[in-house]
Ligand binder design. Sequence first.
Ligand SMILES: [Zn+2]
Length: 73
Amino acid sequence: MPTYVYQCTSCGKEFENTHGMSKEPEVLCPECGARAERRITGGAGFIMKSGDSVESCCGIDSPCKDPKRCCER
Ligand SMILES: [Zn+2]
């Protein structure tokens, strides 16, 4: 599952949320309960997590069948 970064629209808190690429669930801030929006980090936003490098796709918001190659230029 890819990891996305969300930011609260109320208090500005950033947090990570993991869900399927095809779903766009409503995510609520764990701090204040307000609605949070997904942050688009772009190509530079590379989320590195040990043991999870295969499934994360550079933090970009597009479907990718091959995450490893997707991260290459
Ligand atoms: Zn909040």
